[in-house]
Structure formats: structure tokens, C-alpha cells
Design a binder for this molecule. Structure first.
Ligand code: FE
Ligand code: FE
Ligand code: ZN
Length: 277
């Protein structure tokens, strides 16, 4: 059965968020670990976290995803910026450990002129520092569109980070369909080719989560602009093939599409579920 959900806000509490997910037909979801601009997180309410876990187990949810603030730059040249990313990610991992083992997803960041190799090395070094403490959370590197000097816009760069991480048994990949399409991987005309490249370069066993988004722009523009499913250049037919592909169909899918209301997400979840029936 397809596991699908969308991005939600934990502002009214974790249990409430899980109930909201259920009410819109989701059986997974994603939320920001803190304000996406990266400010201080509220202390974790453990009773609320336990209540969410009990609820999720009862409802047979797939793993959920905690997303790091997208403003972090783990490979920044500026010490303070890199240190801030480390501080936040270290704290987030502690919080994830206290939850029902969600995956923790992050963007590798932008090298801003240092060159890709330096960016890769700094990202891996940061993972080596934060994965050495006593957390057991699996961290996911998100595939990026290659906008600006973003690291992670090629499968090779993701692989290069993983190769330098000592505890890389705890590192997986979240494939964002809009991002890889923008990075130039042709999900529309050659899904099998893209997945075999992923397998050859990274290994499909690392692929643990999918961000399911359509793309506002044509392939290979390196523009990170999501569109609702069927309203972009990926289109419904390709999404249908993606959610039904044997290498992907058992993974959790999360929509990060631009919508205003929960009603629209409920409809989009239903739309994608119908493709697998
Ligand atoms: Fe992301
Ligand atoms: Fe994403
Ligand atoms: Zn994006």
C-alpha cells in the first residue's frame, strides 16, 4: 500500500499534527524541527511526543520525516554559519532520538565559491562530528536541484559525502522529484535510467524517502520551484509511474507542493492514491 502524506506544522503540538495527518488520508508526514529560518526550538514536550508515537503506531504510519531548517548551511566557509548548522543539527538529532525514530532530513548547503570538493568535505566532516554522539537517528541527505552553488545536485556529490562519513550506516537519501528533475535527471522519459544511475552511483538501499513534487520549470533549469502534482513539467503520467515503480512503491512519499489549505492536500493525497489502485 502506498504511504503518502504532506508537510505539516507542529504549532499545535505533535499529537494534533499526527491526527491532522490522519484526517487528510495521510499515513506519513514531514515537519520542520523548528522555525524554518532556524531560530531556537521550543523544548520537546515528551508527553506530547509519546502521545504522537502511540497514535502513529496504532494507525500503522510509515516513518515520518523531521526536516532541518532550510536556511542552515552545513558547508559554509564562515565558521559561525557552519557552527550554527552544527549546533542546530546536533540538537535536532537529540530531539529526534526522543521521538519515534523519525528520519532527519537536511540540505547539504551551498559552497558559495569554495568549490564543490570543499563543500562535500565540510558537510561530511559535520556529519562525522554530530553522528558520533549517542543518537540513533538515520540522517537523510536530500537530493538538490543544483541551484547556485548547492551541493547535492548530482548523485555523485551525494555519494561523495556518504563515502566520507564514518557511521554511514546511519546515512540515507531523500530523493526530491522536483529537485532531481531540475538537476537534469529525466524522470519523465527515462525513469528506469534515472533509478539505475541512482543505484549505480549511490545504491538504492540508501533511498529511504521521496519528496513528491511537480516542477514549475522544464527539466535541467536548476530552479527549485515546486508545483502541485499534475500542474508542472513532470506531470501526472510520470508521477503515476514513479509511485508504482517497484523500486519506489514501498517508500514513504511526502508532498511539498504549494497549497493553501489542508483540503487541497487531502485531495492531492487522494489523487496520488488513486494512481496506485
Ligand atoms: Fe528539503
Ligand atoms: Fe524536498
Ligand atoms: Zn525544493
Amino acid at each position: 500500500m502506498l504511504h503518502i502524506g504532506c508537510h505539516l506544522s507542529p504549532s499545535e503540538g505533535l499529537l494534533k499534527m499526527a491526527r491532522t495527518a490522519s484526517s487528510i488520508g495521510a499515513d506519513t508526514f514531514q515537519f520542520f524541527s523548528r522555525n524554518p529560518r532556524g531560530s531556537k526550538a521550543k523544548p520537546l514536550d515528551e508527553a506530547d511526543s509519546d502521545a504522537m508515537n502511540a497514535y502513529l503506531s496504532g494507525q500503522a504510519f510509515a516513518p515520518v520525516l523531521v526536516h532541518a531548517p532550510y536556511t542552515l548551511n552545513p558547508c559554509a566557509e564562515k565558521q559561525e554559519t557552519a557552527q550554527f548548522a552544527e549546533l542546530v543539527m546536533r540538537d535536532d538529532l537529540q530531539r529526534c532520538t526522543a521521538m519515534r525514530k523519525p528520519y532527519y532530513n537536511f540540505h547539504p548547503g551551498s559552497h558559495v565559491g569554495q568549490g564543490e570538493a570543499a563543500g562535500i568535505e565540510k558537510t561530511a566532516a559535520l556529519l562525522n562530528r554530530i553522528l558520533s554522539d549517542d543518537t540513533d537517528t538515520t540522517v537523510l541527505i536530500e537530493t538538490m536541484s543544483g541551484q547556485g552553488s548547492e551541493i547535492g545536485g548530482t548523485f555523485e556529490s551525494v555519494r561523495a559525502i556518504i563515502d566520507e562519513v564514518r557511521l554511514n550506516g546511519r546515512v540515507g537519501v531523500c530523493l526530491d522529484t522536483c529537485h532531481v528533475f531540475q538537476a537534469g535527471y529525466d524522470l519523465v522519459n527515462d525513469l528506469d535510467g534515472v533509478l539505475s544511475a541512482f543505484d549505480r552511483v549511490i545504491g538504492l538501499e540508501r533511498l529511504l524517502f521521496i519528496h513528491l513534487n511537480d516542477s514549475k520549470y522544464e527539466i535541467g533549469q536548476h530552479k527549485d520551484r515546486h508545483a502541485p502534482i499534475g500542474e508542472g513539467f513532470i506531470g501526472c503520467e510520470a508521477v503515476d509511474r514513479i509511485v508504482n515503480h517497484p523500486a519506489l512503491s514501498n517508500l514513504p512519499f511526502c508532498l511539498e507542493t504549494p497549497h493553501e489549505s489542508l483540503r487541497e492536500y487531502a485531495d492531492e493525497i487522494a489523487l496520488v492514491r488513486r494512481m496506485t489502485e
